[in-house]
Design a protein. Structure first.
Length: 80
């Protein structure tokens, strides 16, 4: 089982720009739904956790560690 440690990010815009794993990066102010906790989140509130074993960093739901959702689990919020 991986041991994760939270990493404090000073410049969230820069970190997201350099590490976002998909082609279209959302704005920090954009809202998404995390499919793991079913909450509406603001992208810029994300947290980062590092696997102390291999150093891999995960962009996580702002509700981590209670929620185990990562950036891949964030969907667009339907207008309404």
């Amino acid at each position: 089982m991986a041991v994760l440690q939270e990493v404090k990010i000073a410049d969230k815009a820069k970190y997201l720009t350099e590490n976002f794993p998909f082609e279209e990066m959302p704005a920090l102010t954009e809202q998404r739904r995390c499919i793991h906790c079913e909450r509406i989140i603001t992208v810029g509130d994300y947290k980062v956790f590092r696997d102390v074993g291999d150093g891999f960093e995960y962009i996580c739901c702002p509700h981590a560690p209670d929620c185990d959702g990562t950036v891949i689990d964030w969907t667009s919020v339907e207008p309404g």
